[in-house]
Every structure is written in structure tokens, then in C-alpha cells.
Design a protein around this ligand. Sequence first.
Ligand code: ADP
Ligand code: MG
Length: 320
Amino acid sequence: MPLNEFDFIRRYLQVLPGGADVLLGIGDDAAVLRPQPGQDWCFSTDMMIAGRHFFADDDPADVAHKLVAVNLSDMAAMGAQPRWMLLGAALPDLDEAWLRPFCAALLGTAARHGVVLIGGDTTRGERVFSVTVAGILPSGQALRRSGAQAGDDVWVSGCIGSAAAGLQHCLGHIRLPEHLAALCISALRRPEPRVALGWALLPLAHAALDVSDGLLQDLGHILAASGVGAEVAADCVPCLPQLKTVLPPERYWPLLLAGGDDYELLFTAPPTRRAAIAAQADLGVPLARIGRITARPGLSCHDGDGRPLILEQYGYDHFA
Ligand code: ADP
Ligand code: MG
């Protein structure tokens, strides 16, 4: 018997009960949660559209993982603990061979980070997904983009540029050696949201965001919100070392500095906290100091020889 909408929700999505704070989860007209005193709630939505954010023939488990991961990354960037999510899904059909691995990976990645699915909407259409995630924060402590101060260090987690290189390789715009291509494609399809790091940065960082659209463009958002400038040492931006050797500079620098899809945390903190921040590498994510915040507005970026790097674009814009 072909699956109908309600069987699909019951069988594949309504499989886990909510936590103690979920009074009512999937199955009624809306979910009901009970806030705890001393908490702020933090909300974010991210969409993924076939042909734009993923390829139609991508592994459904990878699509689901990334859908959850990009949303959790926004929670990480605020220093929030993600707790609940809602899923809006437009599907061309209820093909169980596609939906089974999709739902398993969706709920699996969410559960690994302590997140439960509390509702959503399902409709027929071209494959489009929208996840809304909600998390909690100690009252008044969210890591905003507007907190950067002159003299702060600029830090970034993980490895930048690999996902963008993976995408360019898949599109046939660059040709990477096989082992490097595998690493980059995995960075593109399986980003790991830095949730534990974001939480650990709450008492340490002045400002933070997650790098999704290009390092320099995203840093620009912090600078604009904080009314400051920055100097970035491009050589200090962490990346897979082989990437720099296989790509010519005119390909390498734009991928690294403006490529996007990294889902790493970019944050600023005073130099007095260097040791405390470096100690957070214990969480398993390397952290690199890539520059500093200046009182003078503007963003300058230079290479290892101190030459200014001028890029045509600082990042991705859906409407540019
Ligand atoms: P209504 O018609 O009242 O909006 P629906 O039939 O759309 O209710 O949904 C029934 C229940 O199933 C609701 O609790 C809703 O949150 C849940 N639900 C529907 N689609 C999804 C989905 N894609 N993911 C999670 N929960 C869903
Ligand atoms: Mg509905």
C-alpha cells in the first residue's frame, strides 16, 4: 500500500518522545513547551532547496544531515544549546526508499546533539526543506555579532575552504587529486556543527557567527554590527595544507577567503583570553588566530609577504 501523509509522519517522524520540557510534541495542532526560569530562547530557520543547496541525486542521508547541521550551526554561533526543531517538507512523492534514510539521518543527527523534532508541515512539491531550530541560553548571554571591540583577536575554528573546494570539484570547475577530493566533498556534505564550542565560548568571546557564505563576507557582518574594522593574515587561516599546493593562488585565495559552506565559528575575544580559548581545542576542534579587530573601520587582508590581497568577491549572495 502506498504511504499517505499521516502514515509517513507517524512511521518516520513521530518515533521519539519529546524531553521533559515538551508537554506536547508531534500529533496535535501545535507543540507545547514549558520554559524554565533563567533561560532565554533562541530561534533560527534555514532552508535547503534541490538544485540550489543540494543535488537531486545526493544521498538522502547527507541531505538530511546537512539540513540539521546548518541549523545547529546557527545555535552554536549564538552559544545556545539546541533543543527542539520543526521540519517543513515539500516532497514530490512519498518514496520510502528516499525518505527512510532521510528521516533516519535527520533524527539521528538531531539526537546526537540533544534535539527532538516537535512538529512541522508536509506538502507536495519540488523537494524543499525548511528546519526551524530552537535552543536555550543563560539569560542575557547570547553571543551577538555586535560585541566585537578594538584590540580583540579574530579566531576561527576548524578548516576553511574545503567545502567550497569540494563543490567546485563536483561542478567540474577545479580538479582535485582523489584523496583530497574525498576530504573536501565530505566537508561539503557532512559539516559538523560546533555546538560544544559555541557553548564553551559564552564566557570567553565578545562576538561570534558561523561562516556560511564566505569568511571575509561573514567577518564583515561582525565589523558592521560592531562598528569596527579588522586586519586578517590570510596565511593564518587554517585549511587543508594540500589545497594550497594543488591550486594556483588566483583559485586558492577566493576559495579560502570567500568560498563559504564551512559552518565553522568565527569569533572575537580579548588577547587576555588567549590561553583559555586555546584550551578549548580539547573539544576536538582546532582553533586559529587569524587577525585582530581595529578601531578604524574597514577590512584589510594580506598574504604571508604582507602584500594586500584584493578579491573580486568576499562571499556568496543568492541575489547578486
Ligand atoms: P494541521 O493540519 O493541524 O496543521 P498536520 O496534519 O499538518 O496538522 O500535522 C499533524 C501533526 O504532524 C502536527 O503535530 C505536525 O506538527 C506534525 N507534522 C506534520 N508534518 C511534519 C513534518 N514534516 N515533520 C514533523 N512533524 C510534522
Ligand atoms: Mg499543518
